[in-house]
Design a protein around this ligand. Structure first.
Ligand code: UDP
Ligand code: MG
Length: 331
């Protein structure tokens, strides 16, 4: 069964990537072979609904280093990465997108940097984002600014999820108890010695983005709540501000009343109620978010469920066959 531990594990999360996979294999296979080291490609199929699983199981037959790990359902990019981190066996681990936006040729540079400079993390940093849309560049910039502030550590600007980490880092990440981890924050936060390699981010080779606005917002939200109590503090400040405003309103109302110029204070009442109500709701909402996080992590539900790993299936039955097989002895 499993051969000796490979030097390099390449973790590739993929969700509905049938369009890009043939190009991906064509470019990745010769490239990794040419590195002259033992490797495995851990393709984490994040519950794809298209032909991704079929393409993978077909290719596993002709590319023994390719390994298919299939999650039972779509769990999201970061969860798929978590699954890859758990399952990968290599001394070094490179995470890369399936859409060839991160040039696989850079993997050799990442590896060389890690070995020459004896560091545990090598970030791939985008030196040019001109292939991204204006809206995406702007939101990305805002995201990194905010994150540097919240995490309170140097986060490599414009570094995504294309990076190399050593086994030490993989083990440290796997040992973290938290769910919903955001790799691009957790890894700088761990603080292992690191360096960065610049590369030009290409356009998606085929297919469309699998990161919907909803998933993007979810990532931003996870990033903030996972690393910082700042929103809670914001709630406190807003609450204080609201308190001051309502004090001023009360004093003002009293002054007007004492001056005998009091008119039925409909406007001020409504204003005060609205302002205070809004602030209270906001604070409650923020508290609720953290309570919800506590609740979720106290449930200890698995973040992903692995349905299939080709490493445990030496005959390379396809995933579909394994599911269809009603013979319990074959399962
Ligand atoms: N991805 C995933 N699960 C998801 C969404 C995305 O595994 O729910 C994978 C996707 O297949 C790709 C990587 O995450 O390999 C990055 O996604 P994408 O290229 O669509 O994002 P973008 O580059 O547009 O930010
Ligand atoms: Mg992409």
């Amino acid at each position: 069964m499993p051969a000796a531990v490979p030097v390099l594990s390449v973790v590739v999360p993929m969700y509905d990537e049938e369009d890009v996979l043939p190009i991906f294999f064509e470019r990745m296979h010769p490239l990794l072979d040419s590195l002259g080291i033992s490797y495995e490609v851990v393709a984490v199929d994040d519950g794809s609904r298209d032909a991704t699983a079929t393409l993978l199981t077909e290719t596993v037959k002709t590319w023994p280093q390719l390994r298919l790990v299939r999650l039972l359902r779509n769990s999201g990019h970061q969860a798929a990465l978590s699954a890859g981190f758990r399952r990968a066996r290599g001394e070094y681990l490179v995470s890369i997108d399936a859409d060839l936006q991160d040039p696989p040729e850079v993997i050799a540079e990442l590896l060389a940097a890690a070995r020459d400079q004896d560091v545990d993390v090598v970030y791939g940093v985008r030196s040019d984002r001109s292939s991204d849309t204006w809206a995406k560049r702007t939101t990305a910039r805002m995201y990194y600014r905010l994150m540097c502030r919240l995490v309170g550590r140097e986060i490599p600007f414009d570094a995504g999820d294309f990076r190399l980490v050593s086994r030490r880092v993989v083990d440290a990440v796997n040992a973290l108890p938290e769910d919903g981890r955001v790799f691009r924050l957790v890894i700088p936060w761990l603080g292992f010695p690191s360096t960065a390699i610049r590369y030009v981010r290409a356009e998606r080779a085929a297919g469309v983005t699998k990161y919907t606005l909803r998933k993007r917002l979810g990532l931003a939200f996870d990033s903030v709540t996972a690393f910082s109590a700042a929103p809670l503090r914001l709630a406190t400040w807003l609450g204080l501000l609201g308190g001051l405003v309502s004090c001023a309103v009360v004093v003002g109302a009293l002054v007007i009343k004492l001056a005998g110029r009091s008119i039925p204070g409909w406007t001020s009442t409504v204003l005060a109620v609205a302002v205070i109500g809004a602030i209270q709701l906001l604070c409650l909402g923020l508290l609720g978010e953290y309570v919800a996080r506590l609740f979720q992590s106290s449930q200890k539900r698995p973040q992903f469920l692995v349905g299939y790993d080709s490493l445990e299936d030496p005959g390379h039955h396809t995933y579909a066959e394994a599911l269809e097989s009603s013979d319990p002895e074959q399962r």
